[in-house]
Design a protein around this ligand. Structure first.
Ligand SMILES: NC(=O)c1ccc[n+]([C@@H]2O[C@H](COP(=O)([O-])OP(=O)(O)OC[C@H]3O[C@@H](n4cnc5c(N)ncnc54)[C@H](O)[C@@H]3O)[C@@H](O)[C@H]2O)c1
Length: 338
């Protein structure tokens, strides 16, 4: 009989790409829980056309209902994507972040203990490292964590909770994946980032390239970098999805671990904007405004650990391809809205 995986946040951007790969590989039975706060029912319907699976529109805070889902479906593994993730919002409304990202994770991990769930894959973030000095770049997993926003702190707290449980329960193992900047969309064009009011750089650039907004803002052009804009490490969402599948396999034979997920190469915000202009052929307007609270100067991963330990081999390590799939998905959204 197939083992059952619970995917929280499977109607969202990253979760849906992982669900797609899980359905295609057909090794596990998939159960998705999502409250559709930022996820979409349409994404679930599209995924169900690949292969049917159980979907529950439920909030993680409803512990009794979540317990029933875990119990009735005999869940043995969890991929936990559900959460809140807008960094500036986490500064203005920290309790929302501690509640949704920490309290709800504690409830979920508690149920995992009660129902002997053995594998847990957690969506963490490079924000746990905080504002890293240039001499510590690229960032390895060993670097001391020092988050500077409630968002980053909330994710680090969950990692620490998972580590504490790991110490006392030999039958529970987790992988925490520290995502760097996730971008792009499904190369087959079935799913993508549909998030409304997104502040995501690539998405905003694609919206500008498709005339959905007159110009785009670049926050800060006085950073100590080559072109004075921030540096980020962008990873294609389908390569990231693959890292989740490989992490599940890794836990068959290995103990808990933490991995950076990035390509190990930094691009400036301006370079990304220019790549989107080139790929789209549209010279959209760009405005510079003040730095945004919580933004760090530069963040690039050292990805040697994930490549070595789980044999992760990225397939889409190309910034033009990342721009192209982002743009293609934006065009699908425009077509669907007509
Ligand atoms: N997008 C990135 O660049 C990035 C970077 C680092 C980490 N992450 C982490 O990856 C995860 C997924 O991010 P995403 O970009 O796919 O975001 P998303 O908003 O598209 O997906 C999150 C999903 O979780 C659901 N959700 C939120 N709170 C819930 C709750 N209480 N109960 C049930 N469902 C709930 C939402 O409806 C949504 O479908 C998040 O945990 C985020 O912190 C994302």
């Amino acid at each position: 009989m197939k083992k059952v995986l619970l995917v929280t946040g499977g109607a969202g951007y990253i979760g849906s790409h992982v669900v797609k790969q899980l359905l295609k590989e057909d090794v596990y039975k998939v159960v998705v829980v999502d409250n559709l706060s930022t996820g979409f029912l349409k994404t679930i319907e599209t995924l169900k056309n690949i292969k049917d699976f159980s979907f529950f529109k439920e909030d993680l805070k409803n512990t009794l209902q979540i317990e029933e889902i875990i119990k009735a479906n005999k869940v043995s593994g969890v991929l936990h994507f559900a959460g809140s993730l807008i960094v500036p919002e986490s500064i203005s409304d920290p309790l929302k972040y501690y509640f949704n990202n920490v309290s709800n994770s504690i409830s979920l991990i508690t149920l995992c203990q009660k129902y002997s769930v053995s594998k847990f894959i957690f969506s963490s973030t490079a924000a746990v490292y905080g504002d890293v000095k240039e001499q510590n770049m690229p960032v390895t997993e060993e670097l001391k964590t020092n988050p500077i926003t409630p968002y980053g702190t909330s994710k680090l707290m969950v990692e620490q909770i998972l580590s504490s449980i790991d110490r006392i329960n030999n039958n529970f193992n987790f992988v925490s994946l520290r995502y760097f900047n996730v971008a792009g969309s499904d190369p087959e064009g079935l799913i993508g980032q549909s998030t409304l009011n997104s502040t995501h750089l690539l998405k905003v650039a694609a919206m500008s390239a498709t005339n959905q907004q007159q110009s785009m803002n670049i926050f800060g052009n006085d950073y100590p970098t080559k072109d004075k804009t921030c540096i980020r490490d962008f990873i294609h969402v389908s390569d990231l999805a693959d890292a989740h599948i490989k992490s599940l396999d890794f836990l068959d034979k290995n103990k808990s671990s933490i991995f950076n997920c990035g390509y190990g190469k930094g691009y400036s915000v301006l370079e990304i904007v220019n790549a989107m202009k080139k790929v789209s052929g549209v010279d959209f307007g760009v405005k510079f405004s003040d730095r945004r609270k919580g933004d760090i100067v530069s963040m690039v991963s050292d990805n040697s650990k994930i490549k070595k330990d789980i044999s992760w081999i990225p397939k889409y390590e190309d910034i033009n391809f990342i721009c192209k799939t982002t743009l293609d998905w934006e065009k699908v959204l425009i077509k669907d809205s007509k």
